[in-house]
Design a binder for this molecule. Structure first.
Ligand SMILES: Cc1cc2nc3c(=O)[nH]c(=O)nc-3n(C[C@H](O)[C@H](O)[C@H](O)COP(=O)(O)OP(=O)(O)OC[C@H]3O[C@@H](n4cnc5c(N)ncnc54)[C@H](O)[C@@H]3O)c2cc1C
Ligand SMILES: NC(=O)C1=CN([C@@H]2O[C@H](COP(=O)(O)OP(=O)(O)OC[C@H]3O[C@@H](n4cnc5c(N)ncnc54)[C@H](OP(=O)(O)O)[C@@H]3O)[C@@H](O)[C@H]2O)C=CC1
Length: 478
Protein backbone atom coordinates (compact mmCIF):
# COMPACT_ATOMS: atom_id res chain seq x y z
CA UNK A 1 0.00 0.00 0.00
CA UNK A 2 1.45 3.37 -1.07
CA UNK A 3 1.52 6.56 0.98
CA UNK A 4 -1.36 9.02 1.10
CA UNK A 5 -1.62 12.75 0.62
CA UNK A 6 -4.67 14.95 0.43
CA UNK A 7 -5.70 18.40 -0.73
CA UNK A 8 -8.90 20.36 -1.11
CA UNK A 9 -8.30 20.75 -4.84
CA UNK A 10 -6.44 18.27 -7.03
CA UNK A 11 -5.69 18.93 -10.72
CA UNK A 12 -4.46 16.31 -13.16
CA UNK A 13 -2.42 17.73 -16.07
CA UNK A 14 0.00 20.59 -16.60
CA UNK A 15 -1.25 21.73 -20.02
CA UNK A 16 -3.01 25.00 -20.57
CA UNK A 17 -6.28 23.78 -19.00
CA UNK A 18 -4.66 22.41 -15.84
CA UNK A 19 -2.42 25.44 -15.30
CA UNK A 20 -5.31 27.87 -15.91
CA UNK A 21 -7.40 25.93 -13.39
CA UNK A 22 -4.57 26.06 -10.85
CA UNK A 23 -4.13 29.81 -11.33
CA UNK A 24 -7.88 30.34 -10.91
CA UNK A 25 -8.03 28.27 -7.73
CA UNK A 26 -4.99 29.90 -6.14
CA UNK A 27 -6.45 33.33 -6.89
CA UNK A 28 -9.97 32.55 -5.64
CA UNK A 29 -9.08 30.44 -2.58
CA UNK A 30 -5.41 31.00 -1.72
CA UNK A 31 -5.81 29.48 1.73
CA UNK A 32 -6.92 26.06 0.48
CA UNK A 33 -4.52 23.24 -0.33
CA UNK A 34 -3.94 22.53 -4.03
CA UNK A 35 -2.03 19.68 -5.70
CA UNK A 36 -1.21 19.58 -9.42
CA UNK A 37 -0.11 16.24 -10.86
CA UNK A 38 1.71 16.27 -14.19
CA UNK A 39 3.21 13.33 -16.02
CA UNK A 40 5.24 15.72 -18.10
CA UNK A 41 8.26 17.55 -16.60
CA UNK A 42 7.15 20.75 -18.32
CA UNK A 43 4.01 22.80 -17.82
CA UNK A 44 2.45 25.38 -20.12
CA UNK A 45 1.82 28.92 -18.95
CA UNK A 46 0.10 31.80 -20.69
CA UNK A 47 1.87 35.16 -20.62
CA UNK A 48 1.58 38.62 -22.22
CA UNK A 49 -2.17 38.44 -22.70
CA UNK A 50 -3.32 41.20 -25.07
CA UNK A 51 -7.09 41.48 -25.45
CA UNK A 52 -8.21 42.08 -29.05
CA UNK A 53 -11.94 42.11 -28.33
CA UNK A 54 -14.14 41.01 -25.42
CA UNK A 55 -13.65 37.34 -26.24
CA UNK A 56 -10.46 37.30 -28.35
CA UNK A 57 -6.93 37.74 -27.12
CA UNK A 58 -3.39 37.22 -28.27
CA UNK A 59 -1.06 35.55 -25.81
CA UNK A 60 2.35 33.99 -25.57
CA UNK A 61 2.77 30.49 -24.30
CA UNK A 62 5.80 29.46 -22.31
CA UNK A 63 6.95 26.06 -21.22
CA UNK A 64 8.30 25.97 -17.67
CA UNK A 65 10.03 23.21 -15.76
CA UNK A 66 8.09 21.91 -12.77
CA UNK A 67 10.73 23.42 -10.46
CA UNK A 68 10.45 26.90 -11.98
CA UNK A 69 6.67 26.63 -11.92
CA UNK A 70 6.76 25.48 -8.31
CA UNK A 71 8.86 28.52 -7.37
CA UNK A 72 6.20 30.76 -8.89
CA UNK A 73 3.50 29.06 -6.79
CA UNK A 74 5.20 28.31 -3.45
CA UNK A 75 2.00 27.35 -1.65
CA UNK A 76 1.03 24.66 -4.15
CA UNK A 77 2.28 21.07 -4.33
CA UNK A 78 3.37 20.01 -7.78
CA UNK A 79 3.82 16.27 -8.24
CA UNK A 80 5.69 14.88 -11.24
CA UNK A 81 3.86 11.57 -11.67
CA UNK A 82 1.32 9.80 -13.81
CA UNK A 83 -2.19 9.10 -12.57
CA UNK A 84 -3.15 5.48 -13.27
CA UNK A 85 -6.59 5.34 -11.72
CA UNK A 86 -9.53 7.26 -10.30
CA UNK A 87 -11.50 5.97 -7.31
CA UNK A 88 -14.35 8.46 -7.29
CA UNK A 89 -16.15 6.64 -4.46
CA UNK A 90 -13.26 7.33 -2.12
CA UNK A 91 -12.45 10.73 -3.67
CA UNK A 92 -8.94 9.68 -4.61
CA UNK A 93 -6.56 9.15 -7.52
CA UNK A 94 -3.76 6.61 -7.69
CA UNK A 95 -0.28 7.36 -9.02
CA UNK A 96 2.20 5.02 -10.76
CA UNK A 97 4.27 4.72 -7.57
CA UNK A 98 1.20 3.52 -5.65
CA UNK A 99 0.70 6.84 -3.86
CA UNK A 100 -2.90 7.82 -3.22
CA UNK A 101 -3.97 11.45 -3.49
CA UNK A 102 -7.28 12.37 -1.90
CA UNK A 103 -9.35 15.32 -3.05
CA UNK A 104 -12.49 17.22 -2.15
CA UNK A 105 -12.78 18.57 -5.69
CA UNK A 106 -10.87 17.11 -8.65
CA UNK A 107 -10.30 18.63 -12.08
CA UNK A 108 -9.14 16.28 -14.84
CA UNK A 109 -7.16 18.17 -17.50
CA UNK A 110 -5.27 15.25 -19.06
CA UNK A 111 -5.69 16.45 -22.66
CA UNK A 112 -5.70 14.12 -25.62
CA UNK A 113 -3.53 12.09 -27.94
CA UNK A 114 -3.27 12.35 -31.71
CA UNK A 115 -5.72 10.11 -33.51
CA UNK A 116 -3.38 8.26 -35.84
CA UNK A 117 -4.45 6.40 -38.98
CA UNK A 118 -2.11 3.48 -38.19
CA UNK A 119 -0.80 2.86 -34.69
CA UNK A 120 2.57 1.17 -34.18
CA UNK A 121 3.88 1.91 -37.65
CA UNK A 122 7.26 3.61 -37.36
CA UNK A 123 6.70 5.36 -40.71
CA UNK A 124 3.52 7.08 -39.49
CA UNK A 125 3.85 10.06 -37.17
CA UNK A 126 1.36 12.08 -35.14
CA UNK A 127 2.20 15.52 -33.76
CA UNK A 128 1.18 16.56 -30.28
CA UNK A 129 3.96 17.55 -27.94
CA UNK A 130 7.58 18.68 -27.99
CA UNK A 131 8.83 15.10 -28.13
CA UNK A 132 6.79 14.27 -31.22
CA UNK A 133 7.94 17.42 -33.03
CA UNK A 134 11.55 16.54 -32.22
CA UNK A 135 10.97 13.15 -33.87
CA UNK A 136 9.40 14.92 -36.85
CA UNK A 137 12.37 17.29 -37.04
CA UNK A 138 14.77 14.36 -37.08
CA UNK A 139 12.87 12.46 -39.78
CA UNK A 140 12.30 15.44 -42.06
CA UNK A 141 16.05 16.14 -42.28
CA UNK A 142 16.60 12.94 -44.26
CA UNK A 143 13.35 12.94 -46.21
CA UNK A 144 12.64 14.01 -49.78
CA UNK A 145 8.93 13.19 -49.93
CA UNK A 146 6.21 12.91 -47.30
CA UNK A 147 2.46 12.32 -47.28
CA UNK A 148 0.33 14.51 -45.01
CA UNK A 149 -3.11 13.12 -44.13
CA UNK A 150 -5.84 15.34 -42.63
CA UNK A 151 -7.32 18.73 -43.45
CA UNK A 152 -7.26 20.56 -40.12
CA UNK A 153 -4.92 22.82 -38.19
CA UNK A 154 -1.75 20.73 -38.13
CA UNK A 155 -1.86 19.69 -41.80
CA UNK A 156 -2.49 23.29 -42.88
CA UNK A 157 0.47 24.52 -40.87
CA UNK A 158 2.81 21.75 -42.03
CA UNK A 159 2.04 22.33 -45.70
CA UNK A 160 2.84 25.98 -45.25
CA UNK A 161 5.90 25.59 -43.07
CA UNK A 162 7.87 22.71 -44.54
CA UNK A 163 10.34 23.68 -47.21
CA UNK A 164 12.51 21.94 -49.77
CA UNK A 165 10.60 18.71 -49.89
CA UNK A 166 7.85 17.13 -51.94
CA UNK A 167 4.55 16.81 -50.10
CA UNK A 168 1.39 14.98 -51.03
CA UNK A 169 -1.54 16.34 -49.03
CA UNK A 170 -4.40 13.86 -48.74
CA UNK A 171 -7.74 15.44 -47.85
CA UNK A 172 -11.27 14.08 -47.62
CA UNK A 173 -12.80 17.35 -48.75
CA UNK A 174 -13.14 19.35 -51.95
CA UNK A 175 -11.08 22.20 -50.52
CA UNK A 176 -8.06 22.68 -48.26
CA UNK A 177 -8.16 23.53 -44.52
CA UNK A 178 -11.82 22.51 -44.28
CA UNK A 179 -11.86 22.22 -40.47
CA UNK A 180 -11.38 25.97 -40.27
CA UNK A 181 -12.43 27.63 -43.51
CA UNK A 182 -14.93 27.52 -46.36
CA UNK A 183 -14.10 26.90 -50.05
CA UNK A 184 -13.77 30.64 -50.75
CA UNK A 185 -11.16 31.19 -48.08
CA UNK A 186 -9.45 27.98 -49.18
CA UNK A 187 -9.19 29.43 -52.70
CA UNK A 188 -7.70 32.57 -51.16
CA UNK A 189 -5.09 30.44 -49.38
CA UNK A 190 -4.54 28.20 -52.37
CA UNK A 191 -2.62 30.96 -54.09
CA UNK A 192 -0.24 30.86 -51.16
CA UNK A 193 0.31 27.14 -51.54
CA UNK A 194 1.42 27.95 -55.08
CA UNK A 195 3.42 30.99 -54.16
CA UNK A 196 5.62 29.42 -51.57
CA UNK A 197 8.53 31.60 -52.65
CA UNK A 198 6.69 34.72 -51.36
CA UNK A 199 6.30 33.17 -47.98
CA UNK A 200 9.58 34.13 -46.37
CA UNK A 201 9.04 37.82 -47.11
CA UNK A 202 5.65 37.84 -45.36
CA UNK A 203 6.87 35.84 -42.43
CA UNK A 204 9.55 38.38 -41.68
CA UNK A 205 6.77 40.80 -40.81
CA UNK A 206 4.77 38.31 -38.73
CA UNK A 207 4.29 38.73 -35.00
CA UNK A 208 5.83 36.01 -32.88
CA UNK A 209 3.42 34.71 -30.34
CA UNK A 210 5.17 31.92 -28.62
CA UNK A 211 8.31 30.99 -26.82
CA UNK A 212 9.11 27.33 -26.56
CA UNK A 213 12.02 25.64 -24.96
CA UNK A 214 12.75 22.37 -26.64
CA UNK A 215 14.52 20.69 -23.79
CA UNK A 216 12.61 18.11 -21.81
CA UNK A 217 15.06 16.86 -19.24
CA UNK A 218 14.01 13.74 -17.47
CA UNK A 219 11.11 13.08 -19.83
CA UNK A 220 10.69 9.48 -20.73
CA UNK A 221 9.60 8.85 -24.30
CA UNK A 222 6.51 6.99 -23.08
CA UNK A 223 5.29 10.03 -21.17
CA UNK A 224 3.06 12.38 -23.11
CA UNK A 225 3.67 16.09 -22.71
CA UNK A 226 1.22 18.93 -23.09
CA UNK A 227 -0.07 19.77 -26.54
CA UNK A 228 1.80 22.31 -28.57
CA UNK A 229 0.05 25.44 -29.70
CA UNK A 230 0.43 28.63 -31.69
CA UNK A 231 3.69 28.82 -33.63
CA UNK A 232 4.91 25.39 -32.46
CA UNK A 233 6.89 25.04 -35.70
CA UNK A 234 9.00 28.15 -35.14
CA UNK A 235 11.27 26.61 -32.54
CA UNK A 236 12.20 23.69 -34.73
CA UNK A 237 14.35 23.35 -37.82
CA UNK A 238 11.80 22.09 -40.27
CA UNK A 239 13.34 23.21 -43.53
CA UNK A 240 15.13 20.90 -45.83
CA UNK A 241 18.62 21.61 -47.07
CA UNK A 242 18.92 19.72 -50.31
CA UNK A 243 16.27 21.34 -52.48
CA UNK A 244 15.46 24.97 -53.03
CA UNK A 245 11.79 24.62 -53.79
CA UNK A 246 8.84 22.86 -52.25
CA UNK A 247 6.22 21.01 -54.21
CA UNK A 248 2.76 20.36 -52.82
CA UNK A 249 0.42 17.98 -54.59
CA UNK A 250 -3.10 17.91 -53.19
CA UNK A 251 -5.17 14.73 -53.48
CA UNK A 252 -8.76 15.88 -52.97
CA UNK A 253 -11.76 13.88 -51.77
CA UNK A 254 -9.91 10.74 -50.85
CA UNK A 255 -8.63 8.83 -47.86
CA UNK A 256 -5.94 6.33 -47.06
CA UNK A 257 -7.07 2.85 -48.09
CA UNK A 258 -4.04 1.05 -46.68
CA UNK A 259 -0.34 1.35 -46.01
CA UNK A 260 2.12 -1.02 -47.63
CA UNK A 261 5.78 -1.84 -47.54
CA UNK A 262 7.71 -2.88 -50.64
CA UNK A 263 7.42 -6.53 -49.72
CA UNK A 264 3.60 -6.33 -49.81
CA UNK A 265 3.50 -5.90 -53.61
CA UNK A 266 3.53 -8.87 -55.97
CA UNK A 267 5.08 -6.56 -58.56
CA UNK A 268 7.18 -4.06 -56.60
CA UNK A 269 6.93 -0.40 -57.74
CA UNK A 270 9.86 1.06 -59.70
CA UNK A 271 10.71 3.64 -57.09
CA UNK A 272 11.93 2.52 -53.69
CA UNK A 273 10.42 4.06 -50.55
CA UNK A 274 10.18 3.04 -46.89
CA UNK A 275 6.36 3.16 -47.09
CA UNK A 276 3.64 3.28 -49.76
CA UNK A 277 0.22 4.86 -49.23
CA UNK A 278 -2.67 3.44 -51.21
CA UNK A 279 -5.47 5.98 -51.57
CA UNK A 280 -9.18 5.40 -52.10
CA UNK A 281 -8.79 7.06 -55.54
CA UNK A 282 -6.55 4.14 -56.54
CA UNK A 283 -3.22 6.02 -56.49
CA UNK A 284 -0.23 4.53 -54.72
CA UNK A 285 2.25 7.05 -53.35
CA UNK A 286 5.67 6.09 -52.07
CA UNK A 287 7.23 8.37 -49.44
CA UNK A 288 9.72 8.58 -46.59
CA UNK A 289 7.03 8.83 -43.94
CA UNK A 290 3.41 9.80 -43.33
CA UNK A 291 2.17 12.56 -41.03
CA UNK A 292 -1.21 11.64 -39.62
CA UNK A 293 -2.75 15.01 -38.73
CA UNK A 294 -6.16 13.53 -38.21
CA UNK A 295 -7.44 15.01 -34.96
CA UNK A 296 -7.36 14.30 -31.27
CA UNK A 297 -8.68 11.52 -29.03
CA UNK A 298 -9.36 12.63 -25.45
CA UNK A 299 -7.30 10.80 -22.80
CA UNK A 300 -10.42 9.68 -20.96
CA UNK A 301 -10.38 5.87 -20.89
CA UNK A 302 -8.12 5.56 -17.85
CA UNK A 303 -10.58 7.51 -15.70
CA UNK A 304 -13.63 5.56 -16.73
CA UNK A 305 -12.35 2.23 -15.54
CA UNK A 306 -14.03 1.44 -12.18
CA UNK A 307 -16.20 4.58 -12.38
CA UNK A 308 -19.31 3.40 -14.17
CA UNK A 309 -21.09 6.71 -13.67
CA UNK A 310 -18.44 8.69 -15.49
CA UNK A 311 -20.05 9.23 -18.87
CA UNK A 312 -18.15 9.53 -22.12
CA UNK A 313 -19.44 11.45 -25.13
CA UNK A 314 -19.42 10.10 -28.68
CA UNK A 315 -16.11 11.79 -29.45
CA UNK A 316 -14.48 10.10 -26.45
CA UNK A 317 -14.43 13.15 -24.16
CA UNK A 318 -15.60 13.21 -20.55
CA UNK A 319 -19.08 14.71 -20.61
CA UNK A 320 -19.26 17.95 -18.61
CA UNK A 321 -22.24 20.12 -17.74
CA UNK A 322 -22.28 23.94 -17.85
CA UNK A 323 -20.35 24.01 -14.59
CA UNK A 324 -17.59 21.83 -16.13
CA UNK A 325 -18.61 19.03 -13.75
CA UNK A 326 -18.57 15.48 -15.10
CA UNK A 327 -21.37 13.02 -14.44
CA UNK A 328 -19.60 12.08 -11.19
CA UNK A 329 -20.02 14.58 -8.32
CA UNK A 330 -16.90 16.57 -7.34
CA UNK A 331 -15.07 15.49 -10.49
CA UNK A 332 -14.64 18.34 -12.97
CA UNK A 333 -12.87 18.30 -16.34
CA UNK A 334 -11.53 20.96 -18.69
CA UNK A 335 -9.67 21.32 -21.99
CA UNK A 336 -9.19 18.73 -24.71
CA UNK A 337 -10.25 15.84 -22.45
CA UNK A 338 -13.81 17.07 -21.97
CA UNK A 339 -16.86 17.34 -24.18
CA UNK A 340 -19.20 20.27 -23.60
CA UNK A 341 -22.51 18.48 -23.01
CA UNK A 342 -24.72 21.33 -21.91
CA UNK A 343 -27.35 23.21 -23.86
CA UNK A 344 -24.91 25.52 -25.62
CA UNK A 345 -25.42 29.18 -26.52
CA UNK A 346 -26.43 29.57 -30.18
CA UNK A 347 -23.16 31.18 -31.28
CA UNK A 348 -20.76 28.94 -29.34
CA UNK A 349 -19.55 25.41 -30.00
CA UNK A 350 -16.60 23.39 -28.86
CA UNK A 351 -13.36 23.01 -30.82
CA UNK A 352 -10.29 21.59 -29.14
CA UNK A 353 -8.28 24.78 -29.09
CA UNK A 354 -5.87 26.56 -26.83
CA UNK A 355 -8.26 29.41 -26.02
CA UNK A 356 -11.07 27.06 -25.05
CA UNK A 357 -8.70 25.00 -22.87
CA UNK A 358 -7.76 28.21 -21.07
CA UNK A 359 -11.32 29.45 -20.66
CA UNK A 360 -12.51 26.05 -19.47
CA UNK A 361 -9.66 25.68 -16.97
CA UNK A 362 -10.30 29.10 -15.44
CA UNK A 363 -14.02 28.58 -15.36
CA UNK A 364 -13.70 25.08 -13.83
CA UNK A 365 -11.75 26.72 -10.98
CA UNK A 366 -14.63 29.13 -10.38
CA UNK A 367 -17.10 26.24 -10.38
CA UNK A 368 -15.02 24.11 -8.02
CA UNK A 369 -14.82 27.00 -5.58
CA UNK A 370 -18.56 27.66 -5.88
CA UNK A 371 -19.27 23.99 -5.29
CA UNK A 372 -17.02 23.88 -2.19
CA UNK A 373 -18.63 26.99 -0.72
CA UNK A 374 -22.13 25.93 -1.74
CA UNK A 375 -22.52 29.13 -3.77
CA UNK A 376 -24.39 29.56 -7.04
CA UNK A 377 -22.28 30.61 -10.00
CA UNK A 378 -23.20 32.02 -13.40
CA UNK A 379 -21.84 30.66 -16.65
CA UNK A 380 -18.92 32.64 -17.98
CA UNK A 381 -19.42 35.09 -20.85
CA UNK A 382 -16.74 33.35 -22.96
CA UNK A 383 -19.20 30.53 -23.71
CA UNK A 384 -21.57 32.95 -25.47
CA UNK A 385 -19.53 33.31 -28.65
CA UNK A 386 -17.08 31.05 -30.47
CA UNK A 387 -13.94 33.03 -31.20
CA UNK A 388 -10.52 32.00 -32.42
CA UNK A 389 -7.51 33.87 -33.74
CA UNK A 390 -4.71 32.08 -35.52
CA UNK A 391 -2.35 32.35 -38.51
CA UNK A 392 -2.65 30.24 -41.65
CA UNK A 393 -0.37 30.63 -44.67
CA UNK A 394 1.09 33.73 -43.05
CA UNK A 395 -2.27 35.50 -42.70
CA UNK A 396 -4.05 36.46 -39.50
CA UNK A 397 -7.31 34.48 -39.34
CA UNK A 398 -10.15 35.46 -37.02
CA UNK A 399 -13.13 33.14 -36.73
CA UNK A 400 -16.25 34.34 -34.93
CA UNK A 401 -19.59 32.73 -34.10
CA UNK A 402 -21.06 30.37 -36.69
CA UNK A 403 -18.27 31.25 -39.12
CA UNK A 404 -18.93 28.31 -41.42
CA UNK A 405 -22.71 28.43 -41.07
CA UNK A 406 -22.56 25.72 -38.39
CA UNK A 407 -26.04 24.98 -36.85
CA UNK A 408 -27.78 27.00 -39.64
CA UNK A 409 -28.71 24.03 -41.86
CA UNK A 410 -27.64 25.89 -44.98
CA UNK A 411 -30.22 28.64 -44.37
CA UNK A 412 -28.03 31.71 -44.43
CA UNK A 413 -26.59 34.33 -46.75
CA UNK A 414 -23.00 35.32 -47.16
CA UNK A 415 -21.54 38.80 -47.64
CA UNK A 416 -18.09 38.61 -49.10
CA UNK A 417 -15.22 41.01 -49.74
CA UNK A 418 -11.99 39.67 -51.17
CA UNK A 419 -8.81 41.49 -52.07
CA UNK A 420 -6.51 38.92 -53.58
CA UNK A 421 -3.40 38.37 -51.52
CA UNK A 422 -4.52 40.89 -48.88
CA UNK A 423 -7.85 40.13 -47.20
CA UNK A 424 -10.83 37.79 -47.23
CA UNK A 425 -13.91 38.85 -45.31
CA UNK A 426 -16.97 36.66 -45.05
CA UNK A 427 -20.01 37.58 -43.00
CA UNK A 428 -22.63 34.91 -42.35
CA UNK A 429 -26.09 36.54 -42.19
CA UNK A 430 -29.51 35.17 -41.35
CA UNK A 431 -32.71 37.25 -41.39
CA UNK A 432 -30.59 40.39 -41.60
CA UNK A 433 -28.61 39.51 -38.46
CA UNK A 434 -24.96 38.55 -38.30
CA UNK A 435 -24.32 34.96 -37.21
CA UNK A 436 -20.63 34.55 -37.87
CA UNK A 437 -17.55 35.93 -39.59
CA UNK A 438 -14.29 34.84 -41.17
CA UNK A 439 -11.76 37.66 -41.21
CA UNK A 440 -8.48 36.93 -42.97
CA UNK A 441 -5.76 39.57 -43.16
CA UNK A 442 -5.54 42.81 -41.18
CA UNK A 443 -9.23 43.68 -41.51
CA UNK A 444 -9.70 45.52 -38.23
CA UNK A 445 -13.31 44.34 -38.20
CA UNK A 446 -13.20 41.84 -35.33
CA UNK A 447 -14.62 44.11 -32.66
CA UNK A 448 -17.51 45.29 -34.83
CA UNK A 449 -18.38 41.74 -35.91
CA UNK A 450 -18.19 40.42 -32.36
CA UNK A 451 -20.59 43.14 -31.19
CA UNK A 452 -23.02 42.55 -34.04
CA UNK A 453 -23.13 38.80 -33.47
CA UNK A 454 -23.63 39.24 -29.75
CA UNK A 455 -26.31 41.96 -29.92
CA UNK A 456 -28.14 40.50 -32.95
CA UNK A 457 -28.93 43.96 -34.32
CA UNK A 458 -31.12 43.91 -37.44
CA UNK A 459 -28.76 45.03 -40.23
CA UNK A 460 -31.21 44.71 -43.12
CA UNK A 461 -31.11 48.43 -43.93
CA UNK A 462 -27.32 48.36 -44.44
CA UNK A 463 -27.47 45.48 -46.92
CA UNK A 464 -24.22 45.00 -48.78
CA UNK A 465 -22.89 48.34 -47.53
CA UNK A 466 -21.79 46.43 -44.46
CA UNK A 467 -18.71 45.55 -46.47
CA UNK A 468 -18.47 48.62 -48.67
CA UNK A 469 -14.84 49.72 -48.38
CA UNK A 470 -15.84 53.34 -49.05
CA UNK A 471 -18.06 53.51 -45.98
CA UNK A 472 -16.48 53.41 -42.54
CA UNK A 473 -19.10 51.09 -41.17
CA UNK A 474 -17.27 50.59 -37.88
CA UNK A 475 -18.29 54.07 -36.76
CA UNK A 476 -21.91 52.93 -36.67
CA UNK A 477 -21.44 49.86 -34.58
CA UNK A 478 -18.40 50.01 -32.28
C1 LIG B 1 0.83 20.86 -33.09
C2 LIG B 1 -0.33 21.56 -32.44
C3 LIG B 1 -0.58 22.88 -32.74
C4 LIG B 1 -1.66 23.54 -32.15
N1 LIG B 1 -1.88 24.84 -32.48
C5 LIG B 1 -2.89 25.50 -31.90
C6 LIG B 1 -3.13 26.86 -32.20
O1 LIG B 1 -2.41 27.48 -33.00
N2 LIG B 1 -4.16 27.49 -31.58
C7 LIG B 1 -4.95 26.83 -30.70
O2 LIG B 1 -5.88 27.45 -30.16
N3 LIG B 1 -4.76 25.54 -30.39
C8 LIG B 1 -3.75 24.86 -30.98
N4 LIG B 1 -3.55 23.55 -30.67
C9 LIG B 1 -4.48 22.90 -29.73
C10 LIG B 1 -4.08 23.21 -28.28
O3 LIG B 1 -2.70 23.04 -28.13
C11 LIG B 1 -4.85 22.29 -27.32
O4 LIG B 1 -6.23 22.43 -27.55
C12 LIG B 1 -4.57 22.63 -25.87
O5 LIG B 1 -3.21 22.74 -25.63
C13 LIG B 1 -5.17 21.57 -24.94
O6 LIG B 1 -4.74 21.81 -23.63
P1 LIG B 1 -5.04 20.77 -22.45
O7 LIG B 1 -4.47 21.38 -21.22
O8 LIG B 1 -6.48 20.42 -22.45
O9 LIG B 1 -4.28 19.45 -22.82
P2 LIG B 1 -2.72 19.11 -22.99
O10 LIG B 1 -1.97 20.31 -23.43
O11 LIG B 1 -2.66 17.88 -23.81
O12 LIG B 1 -2.23 18.81 -21.52
C14 LIG B 1 -2.49 17.60 -20.88
C15 LIG B 1 -1.57 17.45 -19.71
O13 LIG B 1 -1.97 16.32 -18.93
C16 LIG B 1 -0.83 15.54 -18.61
N5 LIG B 1 -1.32 14.17 -18.43
C17 LIG B 1 -1.93 13.38 -19.35
N6 LIG B 1 -2.27 12.21 -18.79
C18 LIG B 1 -1.88 12.26 -17.50
C19 LIG B 1 -1.94 11.35 -16.41
N7 LIG B 1 -2.50 10.16 -16.56
N8 LIG B 1 -1.41 11.72 -15.23
C20 LIG B 1 -0.84 12.95 -15.06
N9 LIG B 1 -0.76 13.84 -16.05
C21 LIG B 1 -1.28 13.51 -17.25
C22 LIG B 1 0.11 15.73 -19.79
O14 LIG B 1 1.45 15.47 -19.46
C23 LIG B 1 -0.11 17.22 -20.08
O15 LIG B 1 0.68 18.00 -19.22
C24 LIG B 1 -2.50 22.85 -31.25
C25 LIG B 1 -2.25 21.51 -30.94
C26 LIG B 1 -1.18 20.87 -31.53
C27 LIG B 1 -0.91 19.44 -31.18
N1 LIG C 1 -3.89 27.20 -35.73
C1 LIG C 1 -4.71 26.44 -35.01
O1 LIG C 1 -5.70 26.89 -34.48
C2 LIG C 1 -4.36 25.02 -34.85
C3 LIG C 1 -5.14 24.20 -34.07
N2 LIG C 1 -4.79 22.90 -33.89
C4 LIG C 1 -5.63 22.05 -33.01
O2 LIG C 1 -4.86 20.94 -32.61
C5 LIG C 1 -5.63 19.75 -32.64
C6 LIG C 1 -5.00 18.70 -33.54
O3 LIG C 1 -4.91 19.18 -34.90
P1 LIG C 1 -5.31 18.27 -36.15
O4 LIG C 1 -4.77 16.89 -35.96
O5 LIG C 1 -4.97 19.03 -37.36
O6 LIG C 1 -6.88 18.08 -35.96
P2 LIG C 1 -8.16 18.82 -36.60
O7 LIG C 1 -9.32 18.38 -35.80
O8 LIG C 1 -7.90 20.27 -36.80
O9 LIG C 1 -8.27 18.18 -38.06
C7 LIG C 1 -8.34 16.79 -38.29
C8 LIG C 1 -8.54 16.57 -39.77
O10 LIG C 1 -8.31 15.22 -40.10
C9 LIG C 1 -9.44 14.70 -40.81
N3 LIG C 1 -9.52 13.28 -40.56
C10 LIG C 1 -9.96 12.65 -39.44
N4 LIG C 1 -9.84 11.32 -39.58
C11 LIG C 1 -9.30 11.10 -40.82
C12 LIG C 1 -8.92 9.95 -41.55
N5 LIG C 1 -9.03 8.72 -41.03
N6 LIG C 1 -8.43 10.09 -42.80
C13 LIG C 1 -8.28 11.33 -43.35
N7 LIG C 1 -8.60 12.47 -42.71
C14 LIG C 1 -9.11 12.35 -41.45
C15 LIG C 1 -10.61 15.51 -40.30
O11 LIG C 1 -11.69 15.46 -41.19
P3 LIG C 1 -13.21 15.43 -40.59
O12 LIG C 1 -13.32 16.65 -39.77
O13 LIG C 1 -14.04 15.41 -41.82
O14 LIG C 1 -13.25 14.16 -39.79
C16 LIG C 1 -9.95 16.89 -40.24
O15 LIG C 1 -9.87 17.45 -41.52
C17 LIG C 1 -7.02 20.15 -33.08
O16 LIG C 1 -7.79 20.31 -31.95
C18 LIG C 1 -6.80 21.49 -33.78
O17 LIG C 1 -7.91 22.33 -33.69
C19 LIG C 1 -3.70 22.38 -34.49
C20 LIG C 1 -2.88 23.14 -35.26
C21 LIG C 1 -3.15 24.54 -35.51
Amino acid sequence: MGSKRSATFVIIGGGIAGVSCLEGLSFLMPSETIILISSSPLVKTVTNIMPITKTLSHFDVEEKSLDDFSNLHPGISIIHATVIGLDSQHHSVILTNGEIIQYKKLCICAGGNPKIIAENNSHVLGIRDTESVKEFELKIKNASKIVVVGNGGIATEIVHEIEGIEMVWVIKDKHISATFVDPGAAEFFQNQVRKIEDKKERERSMVKRLKYTTTSEGASSSVKGAALGPDWHRSFELSHERNESSKVIIEYQCEVQCLKSRGDFTVPPDDEWPIYVELTNGKIIGCDFVVSATGVIPNSQLFVSGNDNLEIAEDGGLKVDWKMETTVPDVFAAGDICTASWDKAHHWFQMRLWTQARHMGMYAAKSMVGSLRGEEILQDFCFELFSHVTYFFGFKVVLLGLFNGQKLNGEYEVLLRVTKGAEYIKLVMKDGKMQGAVLIGETDLEEMCENLILNQLDLTEYGEDLLNPDIDIEDYFD
